[in-house]
Write a protein that binds this ligand. Structure first.
Ligand SMILES: Cc1cc2nc3c(=O)[nH]c(=O)nc-3n(C[C@H](O)[C@H](O)[C@H](O)COP(=O)(O)OP(=O)(O)OC[C@H]3O[C@@H](n4cnc5c(N)ncnc54)[C@H](O)[C@@H]3O)c2cc1C
Ligand code: FES
Length: 261
């Protein structure tokens, strides 16, 4: 993990609340793996004390990194206004990253909204390893997943849903998940907790292995403060730290019945 300074290269607005921020920060970029995250702190002109966590959306030439940013509150609002040349502070890369799937399994990737972020970077690694997944992407509406065109370019097989039907099939991505379930399938997922809980039920019913990228409220990002703990299936362990033990977990590690959202 590095404590570094980065410079904004580009701030691309994709829709009302969704942006791609590209940051020049070689030391973080060249050491990053898909599924890991960075903690970002806006420039000192603000009164925000805590860094905000974001998945690595992409790494370019081992020099730059990008994040897919959805405006949620004060911190993300401020980050969405940053312009080129502005400097910010970064901690990263943090967390464990995705394990490379066994190529003998069929891979199904399920993403909800900006939960899709880590799969863009991961897609490059899968391609290098000749793994061709089916990518399922769900959003509330087209505006909430404006990055779908980028994903279409990188995944050969993609299926999209929106709750209002503005793009793809109408409904939630989990409404269609059963249509893709086969023996020997492996699921990787990232998105809102209710979506992950539905996948947990389907995976359990079909006795499937699955991995997920989990979000939790984070303060330190390095395992020290316990603000990010999630309930563990293992009774002796009781809790897992999302930042240090994750954010990528096997679905079987989490006690979903004790997970409040
Ligand atoms: C590992 C990880 C990866 C993430 N990747 C992305 C991503 O790629 N793109 C993206 O848009 N968002 C991502 N998030 C969520 C993002 O960190 C929050 O939306 C952001 O911290 C909200 O900050 P805020 O100041 O705008 O909101 P506020 O609600 O004002 O935040 C107040 C506090 O709560 C924390 N917080 C609020 N919502 C969340 C949340 N969902 N997860 C974690 N902490 C939260 C903030 O960090 C801050 O400390 C990720 C979160 C985690 C844990
Ligand atoms: S954020 Fe501090 S322990 Fe995870």
């Amino acid at each position: 993990m590095f404590e570094a300074r980065g410079k904004i290269i580009k701030n691309q607005r994709l829709s009302d609340r969704i942006f791609i921020l590209t940051i020049d920060c070689e030391v973080v970029a060249k050491n990053a793996n898909p599924g890991q995250f960075v903690m970002l702190s806006p420039p000192k002109i603000t009164n925000l004390t805590l860094r905000r966590p974001f998945s690595l959306y992409n790494v370019i030439d081992d020099k730059q990194l990008s994040i897919l940013l959805k405006v949620a509150g004060k911190g993300t609002q401020l980050l969405s206004t940053l312009t080129p040349e502005i400097e910010l502070s970064l901690h990263g890369p943090l967390g464990n990253g995705f394990p490379l799937p066994n190529p003998s399994k069929k891979l199904l990737i399920v993403a909800g909204g900006v939960g899709a972020a880590p799969f863009y970077f991961f897609a490059h690694k899968l391609k290098n390893n000749h793994i061709k997944p089916i990518f399922l992407l769900g959003g509330k509406t087209k505006n909430e997943i404006p990055f779908y065109e980028d994903f279409k370019k990188i995944f050969d097989s993609i299926f999209i849903t929106t709750e209002d039907g503005t793009i793809g099939k109408k409904g939630m991505i989990t409404d269609y998940l059963n249509d893709f379930i086969e023996d020997d399938i492996l699921i990787y997922a990232s998105g809102p907790i209710p979506m992950l809980k539905k996948i947990a039920l389907i995976a359990e019913k079909n006795d499937l292995d699955w991995f997920l990228s989990l979000e939790s409220y984070m303060a330190c990002g390095v395992g020290a403060c316990l603000s990010c703990v999630v309930p563990a299936k293992n009774e002796q362990q009781k809790y897992l730290r999302c930042c240090k033990d994750g954010p990528i977990f096997s679905g079987k590690q989490i006690a979903w019945e004790r997970y409040d959202c």
